[in-house]
Design a protein around this ligand. Sequence first.
Ligand code: HEM
Length: 354
Amino acid sequence: MPPATTVSITHDPFDALRRKLIGLCPAAAAIGYPFLLQAFHAAVSPSGGSLSGVRIAGAAILLALAFAAPLSGLVSAVWWTAATQPSQSDLRARRLAYAAIAVPPLFVFVGVLRGYAVNLLGLPVSDIVVWIAIWLLAGAAVWSGGDQPALERTTRTTGTLRVAHGVSAVLITFYVLFHLSNHLSGLIGPETHAAIMKAGRAVYRAPLSETVLVLALLFQAASGVRLAWHWSSLRTDAYRIFQIGSGAYLAAFLLAHLNSGLIAARHVYKIETDWAWAAGMPDGLIHGAWNIRLLPHYALGVFFILAHLASGLRGVMIAHGTEVTTANRVWSAGLIGAALIATAIVCALCGMRI
Ligand code: HEM
């Protein structure tokens, strides 16, 4: 009998075609994402200046759809993980679904790279054209995947890498908790935000701590992608799928955020990375045609980092003998808290004050 990887699954060709088409849905959602943002921006920026009730309702629906695009990647990942004997094409579709969760930071990243091309190299490229090309290529990779069964991994452990990922997460968590509390203080006002950031910079901008922090974040993103690649090939439960999906988002978020803050703002364009920079002043996050992409990027960035930590905590609790139902309740509470904090920070960035 030939090895499992070379056996073709006997299948209905219409079912195979249906699965291929379903596999393309995350790429289609990703391609639609910038257009939803553009439509939202057009809806909230009427030439006359006043907003009718219909416009506000239409804008709300468009923004909800823009958020739904990356979240639909999570739903697709759950759907594809249910396949009992995934083919190579199915596994590619599953991984594409995970990649599509990271659409908001990837679109920010492409936008900043486009800025380098235009401003530094004088190349008039369009970020929308590049964006569509990337997702068409990703869709083509799924479409060209074979019907042979994907190699099912037998090992469930990635030993040392998991431990190292967890240890570096503890270090990063200190910075993230400070950083997000700093942004919450934006609800009081930019002056309070600036005062807290000035105190924090004395620690995290010191050459040694900044180097350690950035290296830890790069390691976190790289080890996270490696772990996600491993776990995405296994059949697993919805909690693990959420952990992989939130991790995929964060790897892209860190890449985009460090590129925007440390490279583009501080070194290329020499812009002060203060509250005004984060909030996209003077246009703001909502009324800036480019800045609108930062709204889902920041909102889901804050949500997923806190939710990812809650997922890690759930795993540690279960490993240490906590009842699964108790650990699940802590996880759910963590997600609700993450959503509330993300909403509060984004409202502050959009001008809300208490
Ligand atoms: C609403 C969401 C966020 C906003 C508006 C935001 C904004 C900023 C700003 C303004 C800076 C510059 C700080 C400075 O100049 O001292 C910065 C730096 C940074 N942010 Fe964020 N951030 C957000 C979320 C996150 C998250 C979730 C992480 C996760 C790790 C993160 C990681 C970092 C890092 C590593 C730096 C560089 C620190 C350094 O100067 O060495 N940020 N961010």
